[in-house]
Design a protein around this ligand. Structure first.
Ligand SMILES: [Zn+2]
Length: 390
């Protein structure tokens, strides 16, 4: 069975050992990789967040002529999901090999890919390249792809514009051209508390929030029956759901507050998603007006939405063609989970998702990656280096 090089396993061991759960800093990881890049004579660029607790990392291996124009971006995220409440058979932050697999948090999602690319930096730096290669490691992917847009902005600020991007999320090394967008918004309905025997004195936040819940269910049902449809998805239409609700503080009190978190995953464009969000806000304003007719103190607050663009890369796009030339297969079906790829695509970079491991193992206890998958990814990066050799 094909096996990854010791260097890949060594890097994966080191990356897994750094607990980069999204709520914590990713600096130990990006600084470790940056230090390695410096040791190879490369100039890593760290782009810290405003509060300085996290950073995006970009390492550019210039072309043989020193140029950093265009090039191929290999994109991973540095953070992992929490292990809280999960029953693991071994320490999640110690890489353990068993039955042709390695176990640990992030092995599949997506430190396996990160390790393969970091391990290849030495070869890349030593190879005269026809065009540059950029390693990009983002922060906060797992909490709404928060690092990807700042990363795009940072690339622009230093004059980098990769032409092709491979996002190494686990796809069993098949190229994925499409996924839905993910949009989340929390609406907080503020009523007026009163003794529940005196309903006329209060404004019931839960009842008014319920009308927003019903509106959202109506929108979701409409997408299901009216489309638009894209049969390449397991669910061929945009989906919506209400995923969190909280409100009330006593069985005999008119509730003063209720908040609901609504989600939709759409097959539409960012503009269409924005229009849907605007329509939701307009409906919330109607609810607010109805509440204020009962008592002017009532209000409806719509939080800042988290909107992560979908991906819809054409079959003849440069990233797809390059991947095919390097032996990657295209997966016909589109996937339901989101990635940073849509954000990079919207920035004008031809982007596909392709990485080692299976998404089915992501986020679970005893997360693992097959050694054969790491080997396949390492072979792909090897073919990429050969392809780019000047
Ligand atoms: Zn991931």
């Amino acid at each position: 069975m094909p096996a990854p090089s010791p260097a890949v396993l060594d890097w994966l061991t080191r990356l897994v050992a750094l607990d980069t759960t999204s709520r914590d800093s990713n600096l130990p990881l990006v600084e470790l990789v940056a230090e390695h890049a410096r040791s190879l004579g490369l100039e890593p660029r760290l782009f810290p967040t405003e509060d300085g607790t996290k950073a995006n990392l970009v390492v550019t291996v210039p072309a043989a002529d020193g140029s950093t124009d265009g090039g191929i971006m290999l994109s991973g995220h540095s953070d992992v999901v929490p292990v809280d409440g999960q029953a693991w058979s071994s320490d999640p932050f110690t890489l353990v090999e068993r039955d042709g697999k390695v176990f640990g948090r992030g092995t599949a999602d997506m430190k396996g890919f990160d390790a393969v690319v970091v391990a290849a930096l030495g070869t890349l730096a030593a190879t005269p390249l026809r065009e540059p290669v950029h390693l990009a490691l983002s922060h906060d992917e797992e909490v709404g792809c928060l690092g990807a847009q700042p990363l795009v902005d940072a690339l622009g600020s230093v004059g980098l514009a990769p032409r092709v991007c491979f996002v190494g999320e686990p796809t069993s090394m098949r190229m994925i051209r499409g996924h839905k967008s993910i949009n989340l918004v929390t609406v907080t309905v503020k009523g007026v508390a009163a003794h529940s025997s005196l309903t006329a004195d209060g404004v019931n936040a839960i009842e008014h929030a319920a009308s927003i819940v019903r509106y959202w269910r109506g929108r979701s049902d409409a997408w299901c029956t009216e489309g638009p449809f894209d049969e390449a998805y397991p669910l061929a239409y945009s989906t919506g759901s209400v995923n969190l609700i909280s409100g009330g503080n006593g069985v005999n009190i008119i509730p003063a507050e209720c908040s609901v978190t609504l989600e939709f995953r759409s097959i539409g464009t960012p503009e269409e998603d924005r229009a849907e969000m605007d329509a939701l806000v307009a409906f919330c304003r109607e609810v607010e007006a109805a509440m204020q007719a009962e008592d002017p103190a009532a209000s409806v607050e719509v939080g800042t939405p988290t909107m992560t663009a979908g991906l819809d890369t054409p079959a003849d796009d440069p990233a797809v063609l390059l991947g095919q030339e390097l032996g990657l297969a295209v997966q016909h079906d589109k996937v339901t989970y989101g990635t940073e790829a849509g954000i990079y695509a919207n920035a004008g970079i031809s982007t596909v998702v392709c990485g080692p491991g299976d998404i089915a193992q992501a986020h679970k206890p005893d997360e693992f990656i097959d050694l054969a998958q790491l080997a396949e990814c390492e072979a792909f990066i090897g073919r990429l280096v050969d392809h780019l050799r000047a």
